[in-house]
Design a binder for this molecule. Sequence first.
Ligand SMILES: Nc1ncnc2c1ncn2[C@@H]1O[C@H](COP(=O)(O)OP(=O)(O)OP(=O)(O)O)[C@@H](O)[C@H]1O
Length: 258
Amino acid sequence: MEFLDIRIIDIVDIVLVALLLYYVYKLVKGTVAINIFVGIVIMYGIWKLTELLEMELLSKILGGFLGVGMFALIVVFQQEIRKFLLMLGSTNFNARRRFFNKFKLLSDDNTPITNIKAIIEACRKMSSSNTGALIVLKRNNSLDFVKNTGDTMSMEVNQPIIESIFFKNSPLHDGAMIIEDMEITATRVILPVSNDRKIPLRFGLRHRAAVGITEKTDAVCLVVSEENGQVSYLRDGDFVLFDDLEELHEILNKDLTA
Ligand SMILES: Nc1ncnc2c1ncn2[C@@H]1O[C@H](COP(=O)(O)OP(=O)(O)OP(=O)(O)O)[C@@H](O)[C@H]1O
């Protein structure tokens, strides 16, 4: 029976399509893109129905529309496609190492890529004095495209330096700080601001910028609010909840382990 003639390659094909659909769903979940996606599926359904009913004129119009739809899709889903390609192209060394560490194939376990203690202690101090701060911590994706908007530098990550950069009268306090491994590599950086409507109105541009950069790259971000001293942590465009700075330290340890 031809129907049952399934080759290994067909199974691989199905698994790959399922994986692709899963990643597409993960990317568009919770965004307005999901509504556009549903709209396109409905339109495709109507087109197939008009074809079936031999409604020539309507099916030609819809067919023509969906024909150029590929270009429209690239424009509409530009952000999502970019994120998907970044996800695919970034060599996820962290995940790979964690995987190997599980099987104890690598001896160097759980070394954080940066001085997390200094960053947390600086946040604690800035939080108690209501000093606004925006710190971007690079993981795998390059942050060169935003670094150019600020002042590039090379400074050791330590508590007094972070505090003095964000000190209100410091000429460097505006914008974001970029940390790459053990170095502060840029200050006064202007980040892309997210226009996600789900972000509560009480959050201003500093928080929106943190959402923006964590949406577009795999970097993580720490924000200290100037208004109320609250420390926020963002990953993948979302606020990550934690009870206190000790718990935040643990989360950062997990997210930034080499
Ligand atoms: N796109 C951006 N990139 C980097 N930094 C930004 C950006 N937008 C704003 N900021 C920084 O955030 C600061 C305060 O912005 P705003 O008051 O709108 O933020 P907020 O989210 O309400 O935070 P806060 O609770 O600290 O007031 C600005 O002075 C600037 O330093």
